[in-house]
Design a protein around this ligand. Structure first.
Ligand code: MN
Length: 393
């Protein structure tokens, strides 16, 4: 048996206990919990085969009461002695995609982001479209290209046509961007024909991850009318390897900004709550933005209620992301298209004026939130841009 040392000020203390999927050389991926700088193998520590699987899905599907029970058991266990063969230094494990992603939806829930993009794309019109304050706008993304942090991102190719060009051309994306977001993972499914109410949100959603919704702005700008994002988004979406349970985020709950006009009844909550999560975006090692999740207009419960109000089912492993997180200040914008105002106002990065991503660039998004004892961490979602591969024209 062994004991787990949690360094003073660790973002992975007993009030966090996020779940992930890990492996060590020569072994199969399985479920672990991060404690301090260690990973605890839950199949060994708890003697339960549901954790011997290469994703969290089977455990998440067991439901809310089980999530509470396992969290309490893990908390008790790691305060005492743990079987020595269940504990690994986090630096010695490989982290995998934590969930088998079922469907993937991306919302657009930041009023600051939606307003900024409105001003950029439609300078002579109202920044927000007429529907924006009545429903959480979203689109269906591509679950099969959700990848774990650390996966290289190959610059996509596609059709693009700048406003001053007569015809589209095919080639490498010239305006490759990021979107700093928070993603919610559904644990308990809902059957076809059964909308999930805002009150039922905590019994369906298991936890949250960081998301980088890589975006090819030139491909997106040409293709998105009238049906929305497609190939400008679907080449890759990165998520962080640790799923922070909603149970660890109770101290981070904050009211959403005031919602006016009042939403329709199915979107109402007695008191809509968001999360006080502070994100940080680093570009080649330099912090360029600090997006505040607490500024998001629509709550996570409202997004799930909207996603299912038409009777659409939800499945274990569904991922729905918040949309780009931007605050009111310039240094709180969660995408480079906003930070550089459409590429017209470069930012200084390590002494160079920069707008969009170049090959070899690396972006790291991290986040922390209040826990019950100190701050808790989400870890990070990291990705490096590789040059476009020669594609068939
Ligand atoms: Mn997005």
């Amino acid at each position: 048996m062994t004991t787990i040392d949690i360094p003073e000020g660790s973002l992975f203390g007993l009030d966090n206990l996020p779940y992930g999927v890990f492996s060590t050389p020569g072994t199969q991926p399985r479920v672990g919990v991060r404690v301090g700088d260690s990973v605890v193998d839950l199949a060994v520590a708890l003697g339960d085969d549901v954790f011997a699987r290469p994703s969290l899905n089977a455990f998440m599907a067991q439901g809310y009461d089980r999530w509470v029970e396992v969290r309490a058991r893990v908390s008790d266990l790691v305060r005492g002695e743990v079987p020595a063969d269940a504990v690994f230094p986090v630096s010695e494990v490989e982290l995998h995609l934590p969930v088998e992603v079922a469907d993937y939806v991306d919302f657009y829930a930041s009023e600051h982001h939606a307003s900024n993009l409105g001003r950029l794309f439609r300078p002579d019109a109202e920044p927000l479209m007429p529907n924006w304050k009545h429903l959480p706008v979203g689109y269906h993304g591509r679950s099969g290209t959700v990848v774990v942090s650390g996966t290289d991102i190959v610059r996509p190719c596609g059709q693009r046509k700048a406003p001053d060009e007569a015809a589209p051309t095919f080639g490498e994306c010239r305006r490759l961007d990021i979107e700093a977001e928070l993603g919610f993972i559904v644990g308990v499914p809902s059957p076809l024909g059964s909308p999930v109410s805002t009150e039922d949100f905590p019994r369906h959603v298991f936890g949250a991850v960081l998301v980088n919704d890589w975006s090819a702005r030139d491909i997106q700008a040409w293709e998105y009318v009238p049906l929305g994002p497609f190939l400008g988004k679907s080449f890759a979406t990165s998520i962080s390897p640790w799923v922070v349970p909603l149970l660890a985020l109770e101290a981070a709950r904050v009211p959403t900004p005031e919602q006016s006009p009042e939403p329709l009844p199915y979107l109402r909550e007695s008191s809509p709550w968001g999360l006080d999560i502070a994100l940080s975006v680093s570009w080649n090692g330099q912090e360029v933005s600090r997006p505040p999740y607490r500024e998001m207009y629509w709550s996570p419960a409202q997004m799930l209620a909207h996603m299912t109000v038409n009777g659409a089912s939800s499945r274990t492993g569904d991922l729905y992301a918040s949309g780009t997180i931007s605050g009111p200040e310039k240094n709180q914008r969660g995408a480079f298209i906003e930070l550089t105002w459409g590429g017209k106002e470069p930012i200084e990065l390590n002494g160079e004026p920069r707008t969009f991503l170049l090959d070899g660039d690396e972006v790291v998004i991290s986040a922390t939130a209040p826990g019950t004892e100190g701050r808790i961490g989400f870890g990070e979602v990291r990705g490096r841009i590789l040059p476009a591969t020669e594609a068939k024209r």
